[in-house]
Design a protein. Structure first.
Length: 95
């Protein structure tokens, strides 16, 4: 297993939630099936999330945060809240 600090430090240009999940899962030496069993979902669901075909739901994200040193924001809004299009739209409307 890689050092968790090394995993956190290594950042791709702009990672998607699926890429983040894949990176952490691999660093903890977990297969998609093993991770799916840990959080009560299917391997197909993990695969779809990692490949950008499905978004991470809040319930799955909460379980992933219990396993990996991640925050909900990092998983659900990997680009950061201030860069999220809905945040920007709401901010403009409120101004």
């Amino acid at each position: 297993m890689k050092n968790a600090k090394d995993v956190i430090k290594r950042k791709a240009k702009k990672e998607t939630a699926g890429q983040i999940l894949s990176r952490y899962r691999e660093s903890f030496e977990l297969s998609q099936t093993a991770l799916a069993e840990l959080i009560g979902t299917t391997q197909n669901n993990i695969s779809a999330i990692e490949n950008g075909k499905r978004e991470i739901g809040v319930n799955v994200a909460i379980k992933l945060c219990a396993i990996f040193p991640l925050t909900l924001e990092k998983l659900l809004i990997p680009q950061g809240i201030k860069n999220h299009p809905d945040y920007i739209k709401a901010l403009k409307k409120a101004s």
